[in-house]
Design a protein around this ligand. Structure first.
Ligand code: AMP
Ligand code: MG
Length: 346
């Protein structure tokens, strides 16, 4: 199958119309959102949704998010009104917040992987909403990468993974946030299953109390059940091995430099992903700049594309960790998973 790339440019409606033709015929379209690129299909059509799992090589017990163009469209997908839904939607939609609640009868099993709940979000991207509106159905979409790989934050990343597997990519340029949405379950005490650009602090300001799922910063223990099935799989991993060191800039740089030198002696090709604060301490070792620790949102937006870039240059990626306040939590959640939890805390 030939994969066409359609530039969104300044005409999101035309891009949406081109994609909707394919979605309505049961096909797959990759599209930009403010988080990462999504791989979309008609979310009410089970066989169409199955094609997403096939194209990505995604385990079919990992449910998908349904994307809507209007707030009102979310309510058809849930069995009743989730607690706090209206205030959360008014505060954060359109935007990077996914809400989970019991599903209605129109949601196919393929979307929810057999769970009795469904995840819904309204993206803050004109082309994405034009695609959903022109399709006339909610769009089921996970990230548009091969399963297990770093999520795509540019159309060229989608092409790297999906060339020949899907008919169309809508190219809307680089994604603003570069990490997937915050996933919040509303079936009990509001609980963050996956952190994102809508932070725990932002949600607490609206809800009062918010819990964090256990598996956000640690691997699942033996026999522990994942609140979100996606958390049990290897995730966001480049081919290179990723190692993380968390500590003050100078101490982290000294430890990562020692690791760098050891891998070099062993004949491996290490590369350091550094923060601005630690950059002066790496000497002439090969370093890529992630950004400043003062701005974890920017670190988030660069992480996946940097992992893809360094994968071409390195066998080992040595990366600094940061604190978990604000969007630091989303950064560390993705980074630790990409490292398979190989991390040292100094
Ligand atoms: P992706 O779109 O690839 O980022 O994957 C969507 C994420 O949302 C995965 O981590 C899923 O496990 C999670 N998710 C989707 N639906 C549900 C649900 N009904 N309950 C819990 N987690 C969900
Ligand atoms: Mg994904």
């Amino acid at each position: 199958m030939e994969t066409k790339v359609f530039e969104v440019g300044n005409d999101p409606r035309q891009a949406g119309a081109a994609g909707a033709q394919i979605v309505r015929a049961g096909g797959l379209v990759a599209f930009p959102t403010e988080t990462v690129y999504g791989l979309g299909a008609n979310g009410l059509d089970g066989p169409a949704v199955d094609r997403i799992f096939e194209a990505k090589g995604r385990p079919n017990d990992n449910p998908l998010i349904l994307h809507v163009a209007e707030k009102a469209d979310a309510f058809r997908l849930w069995a009743g009104e989730p607690p706090f839904a209206s205030i959360l939607m008014d505060t954060f939609w359109p935007g990077p917040l996914t809400l989970i609640y019991y599903r209605s009868d129109i949601v196919p099993d393929e979307v929810t992987a057999g769970l009795d709940t469904v995840a819904v979000r309204m993206p803050d991207n004109e082309a994405a909403r034009a695609l959903i509106a022109a399709s006339g159905v909610p769009i089921a979409a996970p990230s548009a990468n091969l399963s297990g790989k770093p999520s795509p934050t540019r159309a060229e990343h989608v092409l790297q993974d999906m060339d020949g597997r899907i008919p169309l990519i809508l190219d809307g340029g680089p994604c603003r946030y570069g990490v997937e949405s915050t996933v919040l379950s509303l079936t009990g005490t509001p609980t963050i299953l996956r952190p994102g650009a809508v932070t725990k602090e932002m949600l607490a300001a609206v809800l009062g109390e918010v819990s964090l799922a256990l598996s956000i910063l640690a691997p699942l223990g033996a026999g522990e059940k994942a609140a979100s099935p996606g958390m049990k799989y290897k995730h966001y991993a480049p081919n290179a091995q990723v190692l993380v060191v968390v500590g003050e800039p100078r101490a982290a740089a000294e430890r990562l430099s020692a690791l760098y030198d050891r891998f070099t002696v062993q004949g491996q090709r290490p590369y350091i992903a550094a923060t601005q604060e630690a950059l002066p301490y790496y000497g002439d070792r090969r370093c890529a700049l992630l950004g400043t620790r003062q701005d974890p949102t920017t670190l988030c937006s660069r992480l996946f594309s940097l992992l893809r870039e360094l994968d071409r240059e390195a066998d080992v990626i040595l990366c600094e960790g940061i604190g978990t306040a604000g969007t630091g939590l989303a950064f560390m959640n993705r980074l630790l998973r990409s490292a398979g939890f190989r991390v040292e805390y100094l």
